[in-house]
Ligand binder design. Structure first.
Ligand code: NAD
Length: 417
């Protein structure tokens, strides 16, 4: 089994070579600054006590406070969290927001726990992390298996541990909260919306348009569902969709709202009347123009890369493409809009939420969308310019843009003492 963290390091190393970066810069970025592991007991509904392990990896804070999601999934381990934290550092640098990179999580399947058990898990995890997170230090957000409710529990627990006078000022300790508790309008759809904005920006610059594009999507959670909704709104047709329960195909188009209605009552796509059932592997073979991986890492392997009919992949998930598949796609002329650009919409609107919380403000949805579109268009343009400058893939180019920003600040700040 290859190391996901090693994959992440190899990705930035390639761009570091293009830029001729120093060994010192590479060594600093190859490892996270801090790795926090907490073991904590939680009482289950039947009275038994389960001891769980939680992680928070803080990769780099040269550009600002650590920032990144909390993932609840059985596959969570230190290697995965290290990789995800590393990607966050480059993502925030690429879109030019004043945050560093972090990630955390617990190795549980949240579907196996009741709402009450989940609440106790989240609250006890937050308590165990203590001052390792903080509104100007390290700011968690939702990721796979977590959502706005998870963030509200984290915020409420953290606030309860703060001094009485600070209980409201610290609510920006997490982003991705519900709008009612201080979240930003548009944060729920931000990552999926970002997939659409980045694709649109790239198509605009290469003489195309989303209108009429046929799209296949893996994952119908927060990212996949909102990518489907926003792509359809922009004129695309979703012809195939899959989640952990199954996959469907409908050449005439799948209605995201209808599919969401089905999945939210049936806990998955399996059996949905919106299309004919297909296998997991068939999903990667369907006739389409655009493929959006929006589930797990390492899903687009060499074999699937050879099957793919799409000419562009927009990475909604983190690390969905294996290094071997990347070579096949480049060889076949398939464009990959890399994860640190493709799914950067989430952390960008998280930044907007943090700014609104600091200012005691609440922006309109159209304001949030306009600002998001502008930042992602700028990041896409910078990535395209770097790809031209170095004659490299868009992934390498995105890392070039991020590394330039990071190493400029690292050089000016120097190495203490
Ligand atoms: P989620 O938990 O809301 O949804 C995950 C989806 O993936 C579900 O539909 C699930 O059924 C599906 N899935 C799981 N295993 C699968 C499998 N083996 N085959 C097919 N589908 C499978 O998670 P999410 O927040 O949508 O995150 C998805 C990806 O996007 C992750 O890589 C995450 O790190 C990344 N991401 C999320 C955000 C965010 O704001 N939520 C931001 C940036 C990146």
């Amino acid at each position: 089994m290859s190391s996901l963290h090693l994959n992440a390091v190899r990705q930035f190393e390639q761009a570091a070579s293009l830029l001729g970066l120093s060994e010192a810069d590479r060594a600093i970025l190859a490892v996270p600054k801090n790795e926090v592991i907490v073991n904590f007991p939680v009482t289950m509904d039947n009275g038994t006590v389960e001891v769980l392990t939680g992680y928070r990896v803080q990769h780099n804070n040269s550009l600002g406070p650590y920032k990144g999601g909390m993932r609840f999934s059985p596959a969570v381990d230190l290697d995965e969290v290290r990789a995800l934290a590393t990607w966050m550092t480059f993502k925030t640098a690429l879109v030019d927001i004043p945050f560093g990179g972090a990630k955390g999580g617990i190795a549980i399947d949240p579907r196996n726990y009741s709402a009450g058990e989940l609440e106790r898990i989240v609250r006890r995890f937050t308590f165990a992390l203590g001052s390792n997170i903080g509104p100007d230090h390290d700011i968690p957000a939702p990721d796979m298996g977590t959502n706005a409710q998870t963030m509200v529990w984290m915020m409420d627990t953290y606030s309860s541990m703060a001094s009485v006078a600070d209980r409201h000022t610290v609510r920006r300790v997490v982003t991705g909260k519900t709008v009612a508790t201080g979240g930003s309008r548009g944060r729920d759809k931000a990552t999926g919306q970002g997939v659409t904005f980045v694709l649109d920006a790239w198509l605009n610059r290469t003489g195309g348009s989303i209108d009429g594009k046929r799209v296949a999507i893996q994952g119908f959670g927060n990212v996949g569902e909102h990518a489907a909704r926003t792509l359809v709104k922009a004129g695309a047709t979703v012809v195939a969709a899959a989640d952990h329960t199954g996959a469907i195909y409908n050449g005439n188009g799948i209605d995201p709202e209808q599919l969401w209605q089905y999945t939210s009552t049936h806990h998955g796509i399996k059996g949905a009347p919106d299309g004919e059932p297909i296998t997991d592997d068939d999903l990667w073979r369907v006739d389409c123009d655009v493929f959006v991986p929006a589930a797990l890492e390492n899903q687009l392997c060499e074999r699937r890369a050879l099957d793919l009919t799409a000419t562009v992949v927009v990475e909604g998930a983190n690390g969905p493409t294996t290094p071997e598949a990347e070579l096949v796609l480049a060889d076949r002329g398939v464009t990959v809009l890399p994860d640190i650009l493709g799914n950067a919409g989430g952390v960008t609107v998280s930044y907007f939420e943090w700014v609104q919380n600091r200012a005691g403000d609440a922006w309109t949805l159209s304001d949030v969308d306009a600002r998001l579109r502008r930042l992602l268009r700028d990041a896409t343009d910078e990535t395209l310019a770097a790809a031209k400058e170095f004659d490299c893939t868009l992934r390498d180019a995105a890392y070039v843009v991020a590394l330039r920003r990071l190493t400029t600040v690292m050089a000016q700040r120097g190495v203490f003492p």
